[in-house]
Design a protein. Structure first.
Length: 111
């Protein structure tokens, strides 16, 4: 199945808002890291680009993702047309199961 032409921005608005928030958070961390390096003694401007290694980038990516708020994610799903309705006990039970799974995953992946 294919999406209709010119509907990607509408159908994937969820992705766009979440990714946008992630990128903003990452760029803030990157800028803060560069500014800290610039303030360090004996730093040459041309060497700044080599100061951030892959490990540092991964740590910043993790922190940037953890900075994406639940409200941002929920808002982006609402904007995409996904609405949460609690009309039965079964849905509430499923919500609790999903919450427990998300909590367990969050605990596993926190550093």
């Amino acid at each position: 199945m294919f999406f209709p032409l010119n509907t990607t921005s509408v159908l994937q608005s969820c992705d766009q808002e979440i990714i946008s928030s992630f990128k903003i958070n990452y760029r803030k961390l990157l800028a803060r890291s560069i500014l800290c390096e610039m303030n360090a003694p004996n730093v040459i401007a041309s060497e700044l680009e080599n100061k951030i290694n892959v490990y540092d980038a991964i740590i910043m990516i993790k922190r940037a993702w953890n900075s994406v708020t639940l409200n941002t994610i929920q808002g982006s799903f609402k904007k995409s047309g996904f609405l949460i309705t609690k009309n039965s006990d079964e849905i509430a039970s499923n919500d609790q199961e999903l919450h427990d799974i998300a909590l367990e995953a969050t605990i596993k992946f926190k550093m």
